[in-house]
Design a protein around this ligand. Structure first.
Ligand SMILES: C[S@@+](CC[C@H](N)C(=O)[O-])C[C@H]1O[C@@H](n2cnc3c(N)ncnc32)[C@H](O)[C@@H]1O
Length: 289
């Protein structure tokens, strides 16, 4: 496991995923009854962006300037994007970040924790030993949060269905393994077998369109519940960028949540573009009835 999210924190992919996470969680909270949020690949929880250019041995070009950096001072952001930017800025200030540039960026665990209510519960899985220790230190004092040293896919089997009988799962792997899409299809199938109404969000990179289309074909063979994908392309297919975009696949989405995604799907592609031919779209793979 060589992947460290540290070098990617606050990049365009984090912006897309973390921004869309907000309406998903709020959608789950339309009901008073609490729910379990399971983050299967949680990372270290918080990131110091000033360290992002220092690799283990190599100097790196930080990615956050073309991600969160593009939004931090942007005028007239739509409501959802502006809420996300405020949440990150508040986190930065609370950590002691001063000045106009954000230094401390929250990962999915902190973004989620900031939105959860007393009746909701957060379970975080992280396999990398150093990231896991950092994550445990981050959440040691937090009520309603547990940190597991567990394979995120195993956690799905171990934790679903939860006592609350309501759950949302975020699957955000590092895609170091060649068979990651196969593992996701198995995990999603298992989660839905255990809990047919579970809401699942899966982040994936858009490096090769064909690989992603195969993933959808495989998923559709399992007869999944209503699901859509929200994709951001920061450049066109012919761009030399390795990662040209990313997507968030959502299964069993909260009712009509796509309306709440719309402002981000419309505004972020222009703000985050790194070349021509990009864009944003939301496509239903299986429609709600
Ligand atoms: C993309 S990062 C997670 C970022 C985080 N979700 C966020 O948005 O802030 C993926 C993380 O998964 C961890 N990881 C990789 N394979 C794992 C597995 N099978 N189970 C749990 N964690 C894993 C990696 O160490 C890495 O920290």
């Amino acid at each position: 496991m060589n992947y460290r999210h540290q070098f990617h924190a606050g990049n365009f992919a984090d912006v897309w995923k973390h921004c869309l996470l907000i309406p998903l969680i709020r959608g789950m909270q339309r009901k008073d009854k609490g729910f379990l949020f399971l983050d299967t690949h949680a990372g270290r929880g918080a990131y110091d962006l000033s360290a992002a250019a220092r690799g283990d041995s190599l100097e790196r070009t930080p990615e956050h300037p073309d991600g969160f950096g593009r939004l931090s001072a942007a005028p007239n952001l739509p409501g959802l994007v502006s809420e996300y930017v405020s949440l990150v800025k508040e986190f930065n200030w609370a950590r002691g970040g001063a000045g106009t540039e954000v230094r401390y960026y929250p990962g999915s665990p902190w973004i989620t924790q900031k939105l959860l209510r007393d009746q909701d519960r957060l379970a975080l899985c992280e396999l990398h030993p150093e990231e896991n220790s950092a994550l445990k230190a981050e959440f040691a004092q937090e009520r309603g949060v547990s940190v597991q040293t567990l394979d995120g896919y195993t956690a799905i089997r171990a934790m679903l269905p939860p006592l609350e009988k309501r759950a949302m799962v975020l699957i955000d792997p590092s895609f170091e393994e060649k068979d990651e899409f196969d593992r996701i299809v198995s995990a999603v199938t298992e989660a839905l077998r255990r809990m047919p109404a579970v809401t699942i969000a899966v982040w994936y990179p858009l490096t090769q369109r064909a690989g992603v289309d195969r993933f959808f074909d495989q998923l559709l063979l399992t007869n999944p519940p209503p699901c859509f994908t929200a994709e951001l392309m920061v450049a066109g297919e012919d761009s030399s960028l390795k990662m040209k975009g990313c997507g968030l696949l959502v299964l069993n989405p909260p009712w009509q949540i796509e309306r709440e995604f719309a402002p981000a799907v419309e505004a972020l592609p222009g703000l985050l573009a790194q070349g021509t031919g990009g864009g944003g779209r939301l496509v239903w793979l299986v429609r709600e009835k």
